[in-house]
Design a protein around this ligand. Sequence first.
Ligand SMILES: Cc1cc2nc3c(=O)[nH]c(=O)nc-3n(C[C@H](O)[C@H](O)[C@H](O)COP(=O)(O)OP(=O)(O)OC[C@H]3O[C@@H](n4cnc5c(N)ncnc54)[C@H](O)[C@@H]3O)c2cc1C
Length: 297
Amino acid sequence: VYPFTEVVSQEREQQELKDTLLSLQPMVKEHPEESFLDFVSHYLGAAEALRILKATGYDALQLPIVTAAMAYDIIKKHPETQNCTENAGNEWRYATDGYGQLLVQLQRQAQAAGVEFRLEHRLLSVEKSGADHLLAFSHHGEVQMQRARHVILAVPPTAMAGLNLDFPSAWSPFQYDSLPLFKGFLTFEKSWFECMGLTDKMLMSSNPLRKIYFKSDKYLLFYTDSQSALYWRDSVEQGEEIYLERVRRHLEEALPLNGKPLPPIQSHFYKHWPHGVEFYLEPEAKHPAALVHPSGI
Ligand SMILES: Cc1cc2nc3c(=O)[nH]c(=O)nc-3n(C[C@H](O)[C@H](O)[C@H](O)COP(=O)(O)OP(=O)(O)OC[C@H]3O[C@@H](n4cnc5c(N)ncnc54)[C@H](O)[C@@H]3O)c2cc1C
């Protein structure tokens, strides 16, 4: 069972978030076009609304494109925030040793059914060539060509826009956008968070760490989106020392350390996804499951 459905500390903010969501829910239908932030501001004022929204741990919920109905749906369907909704108590399951094995098994099954995989090939362009398509790939610095009668692309919008396929205008009436994500992982010389009752729990913070997860006695992870993800991207760009100094400072602010310094960090790594979540911009309209190029490219 996935552990991170219980938020510790900041009980006051969590309870306020829960009470606010519950009390405003009946009015959501009256504000179909309004952003979640405007919707909550309408009833609580801008400053209070921002404070309450921060308690969700997701910066994206403050974006103008996220309507109140979308926000309620997102909050209900994320393990860290479901507690504030009727979904409290939902159990999540996950692959405890990671998803690598699942991918290996799926690949084996597909291979047994005759699928050929060519990994580490980056698609550069697609040209129409008679009834076929001519695909150019880069593979370990070499350009390779491939002829195909039919082409199915499972490529996200930002990557599609980088190809020579006139995406999105030739494909779709929709506009697309994306949000950055950033995760930082830290290990420590001593397992100190166990005795603070934080093992397999998570903590929301209003500082740029936003959501802090304590995985068994193994590691600490913080997970951020949008403006907080950009803050961490900028921090790592300024060098490891500045990044780690900020991590330490914000952890000391967020954790109940009783004025003690953060125990020494043993090792760390991070990952930044410039386009971690991609989406279309007219959420009220239904997007087709697949887009077909009208001229067959
Ligand atoms: C940290 C993180 C957490 C997330 N959490 C959630 C979550 O909790 N819930 C949720 O619903 N979603 C979540 N998402 C979003 C989710 O991962 C994506 O929506 C989903 O993976 C999109 O699937 P996809 O197949 O469209 O694209 P991808 O999974 O991005 O796959 C596209 C593939 O195409 C490849 N590719 C791109 N361009 C080319 C090219 N030119 N040539 C060859 N290959 C190319 C890429 O390398 C990639 O392997 C998360 C994303 C991140 C990064």
